[in-house]
Every structure is written in structure tokens, then in C-alpha cells.
Design a protein around this ligand. Structure first.
Ligand SMILES: [Zn+2]
Length: 285
């Protein structure tokens, strides 16, 4: 199994995909459409024939995870993209998804690339606990809502490796960061998912953002999420507007040593995701 750095947003160490070589080869995540050439060259380098790729396992349909899938499928004639049933329609008809991403990421939208619609016969809608054979691994789909309602993790049960997508946050430069982006972050669902993932007893977490981490991070992320939501709720009460709230939350995070450099935009979005979650919970939207 290989990790490929797709240089998400032009920066190394931010976005990974995983390549499972062997019979019925597979890719976990597709990156954005900007990752396409990098992924195809990596397949060539690993001597994986394009017709031997059977699966593109997508954890969810956000563009940094699935944006490039449609373009890749045009190059991988036998492959199907594996997706949660609640995400499939966004891949077949991406216009609403693109509009919602544009609203969430604002001026960073060009970094997210484009999205080719995926024909229905190139999608495989996975159900919870479904088992796949991929590159010599047995891969189990694990329903894992919270970051998004249509999130799947993938678990290589024999090796106890867990592909976490965004269900367990960001792990950049070996620091955990919240990934609580709009429009559908949900704290309670996230915490229940973290318990469920811990019950799988993984040996290693394989983050999309970025690389391998210890399973202890599951419990750490539960604590971090609760504190993060509490922080945004507290600061929201005293902030004049969203801009001030974001600035204060990032200021506090920086003082605690959270890496806010290249991740600053992600964190700002994660503040807005919590604001939206709190508003929904209060029934004001
Ligand atoms: Zn992501």
C-alpha cells in the first residue's frame, strides 16, 4: 500500500490518497481534479495498469476527497467509485455540491478544481459493513456520519488499518485539528462515530489530511471536538459578527500552539461549520 501526496492546494503534506496494488487494485480518495496527473503517473510508476484498477473508495463527496473521481474514471476503464448512498446523487449531478462548496470556501474555490459528473453505472453505492476485495486487502465500508452525513470510513480488517477520511479530524504536522466544516457537521453524530471507530480496534489511522497516526488519536479527537464546539459557542456569544468570531477563535487556537499556517483557511471554515451547527441545533435556521 502506498501513500501519494497529491499536493492539495499546491502544498505538500495536506492531502493524501492511498494506492492498493495487486489484483483488483484500488485507490482510496481521488483528491481534487488537480490531482489527476499525479495519480496517473503514480499508477504508471507502480506498474499498475489502468484497466486493473477496480475501485476508487471515496470517504465522502467533498471536493478534496472526491472532486477528481469523475475525471479519473475516464482514465480507469474498469473502475467504479464507491460512495455512501447519501452522496451518490452529488457525484452524478455535481452542480448543487459545487455551489455549496463555493459558498463555504469563498475565494479559495479555484483550488478545489472542477468536477465531472459520474454516470450511474460507474458508481457503487456501498452499504454499511459491505466488504470489498481490493489489492489483496479485505476492505470494509463503515458508515461514519458527523463530519458529513454521507461519510464512510474504510477498514482493512486483516491489517487493522483504518482509512479515516475526515471523520477523525485533520492530522497535520502531527497535530490534530478540528474538521467541522459547513454545511452539515454534527457533534453528536461525530462523537458516536468516534466510539464506533474505536470499537474496531484499529492499529493505525490513515488520514487523508495527512498520513498515519496512532489509534489514541480517536479519543483525543473526541475531547478536542467537544472543546472546539464549546469554544465557538462561548466566543459567538461575545462576537459582533462572524469575522470577529473567526479571528478570535483562530487567535485562541494559535496561542495554544495549534498549527494555523496553511491550515488557517480550513480552521476558519471549521468555525463557520460549528456556527451553522449551533444555529441548527437551536432551531434558528
Ligand atoms: Zn477533507
Amino acid at each position: 500500500m502506498w501513500l501519494l501526496d497529491v499536493h492539495q492546494f499546491g502544498v505538500p503534506g495536506q492531502g493524501a490518497i492511498y494506492i492498493l496494488k495487486g489484483k483488483r487494485a484500488a485507490i482510496v480518495e481521488s483528491g481534487t481534479s488537480h490531482a489527476r496527473e499525479r495519480i496517473l503517473s503514480a499508477l504508471d510508476e507502480l506498474a499498475i495498469r489502468r484497466e486493473d484498477v477496480a475501485w476508487i473508495f471515496l470517504t465522502h463527496v467533498h471536493l478534496d476527497h472526491a472532486g477528481g473521481a469523475g475525471g479519473l474514471l475516464q482514465e480507469l476503464p474498469e473502475a467504479k467509485a464507491v460512495v455512501h448512498e447519501r452522496g451518490a446523487r452529488h457525484l452524478m449531478e455535481p452542480s448543487r455540491l459545487l455551489a455549496s462548496v463555493q459558498a463555504a470556501v469563498r475565494d479559495r474555490f479555484p483550488l478545489y478544481g472542477t468536477m465531472s459528473p459520474i454516470p450511474e453505472d460507474r458508481l457503487h453505492v456501498a452499504h454499511d459493513d459491505e466488504l470489498f476485495t481490493a489489492g489483496g486487502f479485505r476492505i470494509r465500508a463503515v458508515d461514519s456520519p458527523g463530519h458529513a452525513p454521507h461519510h464512510l470510513c474504510y477498514f482493512a480488517a486483516g491489517e487493522r488499518l483504518l482509512f479515516t477520511g475526515d471523520a477523525t479530524g485533520l492530522y497535520l504536522s502531527e497535530k490534530l485539528l478540528p474538521s467541522t466544516v459547513p454545511p452539515s457537521f454534527d457533534l453528536d453524530l461525530s462523537l458516536a462515530t468516534l466510539d464506533r471507530l474505536a470499537a474496531l480496534r484499529p492499529k493505525k489511522l490513515l488520514f487523508t489530511h495527512f498520513g498515519t497516526g496512532s489509534p489514541n488519536l480517536l479519543a483525543q479527537y473526541s475531547g478536542l471536538l467537544r472543546a472546539w464546539v464549546d469554544r465557538v459557542a462561548r466566543l459567538r456569544a461575545g462576537a459582533a459578527d462572524e469575522g470577529e468570531l473567526v479571528a478570535r477563535a483562530l487567535g485562541e487556537a494559535a496561542r495554544e500552539g495549534l498549527p494555523t499556517g496553511p491550515a488557517r483557511g480550513d480552521l476558519a471554515m471549521s468555525v463557520r461549520g460549528v456556527v451553522q451547527y449551533l444555529a441548527q441545533r437551536e432551531g434558528t435556521t
